[in-house]
Design a protein. Structure first.
Length: 131
């Protein structure tokens, strides 16, 4: 109060001005929030546009991504191992794979990619599904 008296300001005018500034600040916050949410939706759409759905069937040959490879440098060792044969597909995307020793194990379907390569005498061509 003493500063208002010293600066010769009226308390009612200053209080109304303060409330007006607070309301403007809330309005700026709301516009920033809406614009950021629109930006996030646009980035999500662009990100999802370039994701390819991998569809595997029984009998397909796949390569398995080895994320635990830590002994060798990445330049010297491939991160993909295989090929493995798909024995079963679960509804939620997990795959049952069979290796060369006929051992069956289950892995996440996001860690595989189709194998395009030579096995035995002929070439094996896998179909890659694009969105």
């Amino acid at each position: 109060m003493w500063t208002l008296k010293k600066l010769n300001l009226e308390y009612d005018i200053v209080a109304n001005l303060r409330v007006t500034h607070l309301n403007e600040l809330d309005e700026f916050w709301y516009h920033a929030y809406t614009s950021s949410s629109l930006y996030k939706e646009k980035m999500k759409y662009l990100h999802n546009m370039y994701i390819w759905n991998k569809e595997f069937k029984e009998g397909d040959l796949v390569l398995l991504f080895n994320s635990r490879l830590r002994m060798f440098l990445r330049k010297l060792k491939s991160k993909w191992s295989g090929p493995f044969e798909v024995v079963g597909v679960t509804p939620f995307g997990a795959l049952d794979l069979k290796n060369r020793n006929d051992e069956v194990f289950r892995v996440n379907g996001q860690r595989e990619k189709h194998y395009l390569g030579k096995i035995g005498d002929g070439y094996v061509v896998a179909v890659i599904y694009f969105k």
